[in-house]
Design a protein around this ligand. Structure first.
Ligand SMILES: [Zn+2]
Length: 91
C-alpha cells in the first residue's frame, strides 16, 4: 500500500493514516499475510510439494493481486494440472 485508500495521503508505515485517521491495520495485515503465503508457496516449490504450493499461492493471490502472486499461482496451477485455472490467470 503506497497511499491511504480513503484520502490518498502517502502511506508512512503506521497503522493509522496521518491525515484522515483511517485505521489501516487490517490492510497492513492483509499485505503481510499475502507475503507470508507467497513465501510458503516458494518453500513448498523448493520441496516439490506442488499441492501445498498451490494452496499457499491461491491464498496469496486471493489476498493481493500482484504480478508475483499471479505468476506463482499460474505456475502452481500448471504443476498440479489445473489447466483451466492456469489459463484464466494468463493475460
Ligand atoms: Zn487517509
Amino acid at each position: 500500500m503506497e497511499r491511504c485508500p480513503t484520502c490518498k495521503a502517502k502511506f508512512k508505515g503506521k497503522p493509522v493514516c496521518h491525515r484522515c485517521k483511517t485505521d489501516l491495520s487490517l490492510l497492513i495485515k492483509i499485505e503481510k499475510d499475502a507475503a507470508m503465503h507467497l513465501g510458503k508457496a516458494y518453500r513448498a516449490l523448493d520441496k516439490g510439494d506442488y499441492e501445498d504450493m498451490f494452496f499457499h499461492a491461491k491464498r496469496s493471490y486471493s489476498l493481493r493481486q500482484l504480478p508475483a502472486t499471479q505468476k506463482t499461482l499460474a505456475s502452481a496451477a500448471l504443476l498440479t494440472r489445473r489447466y483451466r485455472t492456469a489459463i484464466s490467470l494468463y493475460d
